[in-house]
Design a protein around this ligand. Sequence first.
Ligand code: NI
Length: 167
Amino acid sequence: MKREIVKYGAKVLTEKAAPVTAFDEELNQLVADMFETMYDAPGVGLAAPQVGVSRRLFIMDCSKEKNRQFVFINPEILSTEGTQTGDEGCLSFPGIYFDVERAARVIVRAQNARGEWFESDFLDLEARCVLHEYDHLEGDLFIEKASRLRRELVKRKIQRLKREGKW
Ligand code: NI
């Protein structure tokens, strides 16, 4: 079942999420719902706080064919390497995109939906996505990575959209 994506301004987006402790049917349902919500949006990554659940979980699928799904539960960033700069968006900031500098490579350790630990290495867009979604679990939003000028412009635009009832 598709869930509602919470937008910037919601408190849950700036809170540090709590670890996932129960690998049960409820968790499986949450993961399934998050994939449905992300593909429908459409987006390439989605963190649990973005559907109002303050837990350390995010999903990703950066493929065109929608056949490269990853589930990261209680993730840890083990290392990062290099840099990349590219246009970035966030489903909690609809219609807002700007350049963000990220590491070009990331190695992550996380649990899957069965609670099994895995370690994996991601590059380019997937590395960008992992780092963006991981930040959501810390309550950190990509807008904080924008220049001060860009950040002010974006916040002003959002305030205008809020006044117009479009946010
Ligand atoms: Ni995001």
